[in-house]
Structures are given as C-alpha cells and as structure tokens.
Design a binder for this molecule. Structure first.
Ligand code: SF4
Length: 484
C-alpha cells in the first residue's frame, strides 16, 4: 500500500507521477504499475530484494563502509534492497519510497531506493558485426518511427544511440510512445526489430546475437584486415605467396604490409583498387555491405586490378580471406597472370580456421543511460546538490536494480548500466512518456544525515522482507558474453 493517493467516489487518484490517473476498483493505472485493489492503491509488481552470496559467482557491489570490503551486501552476507517494484514518489520533495537502514561490519548504512522517472534517457547499443548497418547519423526506426540514430562504430562493432528526450517528447505522440516502448523492451532484454534508413534491418536483443537482414551474426571479426595480416603473417610464411584480408575498413595485403616486409616475403605484383593508406593497408576497396568483410562484394577478385607482369609469375598462389574467416578462397595465377580459383591446401584451411577460432561470438550489448542529477535527488535529500557531491566523492554508491553503474564525470549523476546485469523486467514506463528505472543510493547513515537526508523516513531492513520477493543473484538467463 502507498500513501500517494486520494479517493474520488470509488476511484483512487494515483499521484506517483504527473499523469495523476483516476483508477477504478480492480483496474490498473495507465502505466500498469499501480492498481486499485479493494480501494487501496498498490504497486502491482513485487518489490525485489536480492539475496546473493559469493558462491553464486555474481558481481557484488562493494560499499564505502571503510576498511577492506569482504563481499557483504548491506546486511548480512547477501541482501540488497533494490528499487525494482519500490514505486515512485511525486512530486520530488517527498521522501523516496524506501529508505532502509542496515548494519555492515558495525557501520550503520542506509540505502535509498526509488523507481526514477526518466525523460532524459536512452540506450547505447553495441552490435558485434562488421556488416554494414547504415550510414553514420542515419535514422534508426522502430515500427516506422524515428527512435535514434547510427553513431560512430567501434572496433568490430556497430553502435546505435537510441531514445533521448527529443524522440521521447520532441516529436509526434506516436514517436514518443514507440520510442518509449523500444527503450523499455530493449532494457528488459526483449528482442526489438530496428530498421536503418539507407541500411539494414536488425533484430537486437541484449546478450544475444544480432540478426542482420534475417541472418544471425555468429562472429565478430578477429581484427581489421591489416591487424589480421599482422597476427597471422608468420603462419602464412612459406605456405603461400600472397594473402589479401578483405575488410570494409582496412584491407590488408601480406607482401606489401610491414609484417610481410619484416618476414622477407617477396613482392607479387598484386594491384588493389581502393585508396592506399600505408604500405599493405587499403581503404575503400569496395562499398560497405553485407558481403565479404563488411563490403558489398561477393567476388573478392572484384577488388583487384591486373597483376604487374614485371613482378608476377604464372603459378603464384594467393589466399583471399575475410576478417571473420567466413569467406575464403585460394587462387593460382594462370599463364595470363589471371587468378584462377582452385582447391585450398589443408595448411591454408587451418589458417582460415584459426582466424575463425579467434573471432569472439557476436552479441548485442544494451547500456541504459539516464540522468539522475535532476529532481529525483530531492527524494533522497533536502539539499539535492549534496547528493551529487557525495556520489562524486565516492561516499555514495549508485546502483540500478543492484547492478553496478558507471557514473559519468562532470555535472549531475549521469549513469550507464548494462541491462543484462539487472533482474528481469526491471524497467517500466509512464505515459508522459518516460522510462521508469530502478536506482539505489547507498551510504553511511552518518553521511546520509550530513547531506540532509530524510532521516524521519529511515526504516529497518526487517520491515521490508515479508512483503518483498527475494531473488537469487545473478539472475537466471543468458550469460553475458555467451549469447543466447
Ligand atoms: S501513470 Fe502510473 S504512476 Fe503515473 S499516475 Fe498513472 S498509475 Fe500512477
């Protein structure tokens, strides 16, 4: 039960967010988080308390209690009060729903939990693939609505930036609703189909392999084409005259590359299309796509010009391989110095298999990012800036559903959290629209009092446990880093 309500006739008005729903008996509010249960306003989902031990193997969150941390969480060996199902208080000056005291190694601690309502939030998505998803800054859509954009790619991965206040509140009502649904589904570990203007359709699910244009991506590339030459040059020495590692970003050529030079691999007279960056490293050999090495080509010979007859000779051997080892072909030059594909020798098959072996499984990673530096702080303390300072001074530990977060340097409390580290369905929404995400602040009770905390609302951990759902940690489900 919560005190954030008032009754009109048999309806209850929920005031846990600015929407202020009137809720009929037996019905739920617009966000499905609160309901009218026999005249009482109740939070529909159970409040989650984590019980975990070191033997579970989870990533435990240390507290700044002083002295060496021995893995204990808030109270006893393994109890952590999350904000999941805790509810929200509105307006912000009201104390957070639960301010829970406990003792760790003789130090009085307090954890302040609330389900924050975030209009300023989004997700950063890392998709482990070399395949071309779309041009940088291209619009990313869900159900046809703009929900984000393609941002700068990282090594072996394509990156999307989704959500944010402009898509949530700055466009049409439908754009805001679809953006909210997309963020919530991704954050809750559900699959979401996204289409990229001028690019691919990709199904993204945190902790699972991406599906690009209907094909499940299996591997990240081992490195760029140049790095692949550097890694495997010695293994090719003496077995082949030339190797070309086809890559949309940097295609590598063994005989010209510094690795080949150091191993005294002779010139072959090969000629590559594209722009030569440094010896043996070529940019823009083809257009980006979903073919060999993230290019649009299906025939790798398309990136070669004619061999130089002054250097090349009939019988010269050449391996062409992609950065994941998924594509590979072996050629010999005929009398006209034209490459002719022939059966690949076993030794070279092994080197291609070695490239594949060194490619990590392709996954989607979803980091939820939000700013808790605004009004939410007032539910923690009467003097909000002191909470920010306390976080920056590492006196207050911030977690989200019990998972460790990264707090950005600079102003505010802008944090990122890996959603696969959180219990399932930790996220909700309100139709303003905005995301609802759990956030917990843990500190010494004395520090809490010093920063102007709502001391009158502090309650013991024992007062919560009977009405909460206890979950083991880590949560069951896909193991991050191991895919589906
Ligand atoms: S949307 Fe949810 S939290 Fe907001 S007033 Fe309605 S029931 Fe309460």
């Amino acid at each position: 039960m919560t005190d954030t309500s008032s009754a009109v006739a048999d309806k209850i008005r929920c005031d846990a967010c600015p929407v202020m729903c009137y809720i009929k008996p037996g019905a739920a509010g617009a966000c499905d988080r609160y309901a009218n249960h026999h005249g009482e306003l109740v939070r529909v989902d159970p409040h989650i308390i984590l019980e975990r031990t070191v033997s579970h193997g989870g990533r435990l969150v240390p507290f700044q209690a002083g002295g060496d941390w021995d893995g204990k969480i808030v109270h006893g060996p393994s109890t952590f009060v999350t904000a999941i199902g805790a509810g929200t208080t509105y307006p912000d000056y009201k104390p957070a729903p639960f301010i829970v005291s406990s003792e760790v190694d003789g130090v009085d601690m307090v954890t302040v939990v609330t389900e924050g309502i975030f209009s300023y939030c989004g997700v950063k998505v890392k998709i482990d693939t070399d395949r071309y998803l779309g041009p940088e800054t291209a619009t990313v859509r869900a159900e046809g609505e703009a929900v984000g954009h393609v941002t700068t790619s990282e090594y072996g991965s394509q990156m999307l930036s989704l959500g944010g206040v402009h898509h949530l509140t700055g466009g049409s009502k439908k754009e805001g609703r679809v953006t909210c649904d997309t963020l919530m589904d991704l954050s809750n570990g559900k699959p979401v189909e996204l289409t990229i203007d001028g690019g691919a359709t990709v199904v993204v699910q945190a902790g699972h392999a991406p599906v690009v244009n209907g094909l499940t991506e299996e591997r990240m590339r081992v490195g760029c084409g140049s790095a692949t030459i550097g890694m495997f040059a010695k293994q090719w020495q003496g077995k082949i005259d030339e190797v070309v590692v086809v890559d949309d970003h940097i295609t590598g050529v063994l005989s010209e590359h510094q690795a080949g030079k150091l191993l005294n691999i002779p010139d072959t007279g090969i000629k590559l299309k594209g722009r030569r960056s440094t010896p043996g490293r070529y940019f823009q050999v083809a257009e980006p796509g979903t073919g060999w090495g993230g290019t649009n080509i299906s025939d790798p010979l398309a990136i070669l010009g004619p061999f130089d007859p002054k250097t090349a000779r009939p019988g010269l051997t050449m391996l062409m391989v992609s950065t994941t080892g998924e594509h590979a072909a072996y050629y010999q030059l005929d009398d006209g110095l034209r490459p002719v594909e022939t059966e690949m020798p076993d030794a070279l098959k092994q080197s291609v298999a070695r490239i594949r072996e060194n490619c990590e499984p392709a996954l989607c990673t979803v980091l939820f990012m939000a700013g808790a530096g605004g009004s939410l702080r007032a539910g923690v303390t009467e003097n909000p800036v002191r909470l920010t300072r306390s976080v920056k001074d590492a006196l207050t530990r911030v977690t989200s559903g019990g998972a460790p977060v990264y707090v950005w340097p600079g102003g505010g409390i802008t944090y990122m959290v890996d959603v696969t580290q959180m219990p399932a369905n930790a996220f909700g929404y309100v139709p303003t629209p905005a995301l609802v995400a759990p956030i917990e602040f843990t500190m010494r009770l004395s520090d809490y009092a010093a920063l102007g905390g709502h001391m009158e609302s502090v309650r013991p951990l024992s007062s919560l446990k009977d009405n909460a759902e206890l979950l083991p940690w880590p949560r069951p489900g896909p193991i991050p880093g191991q895919g589906g």
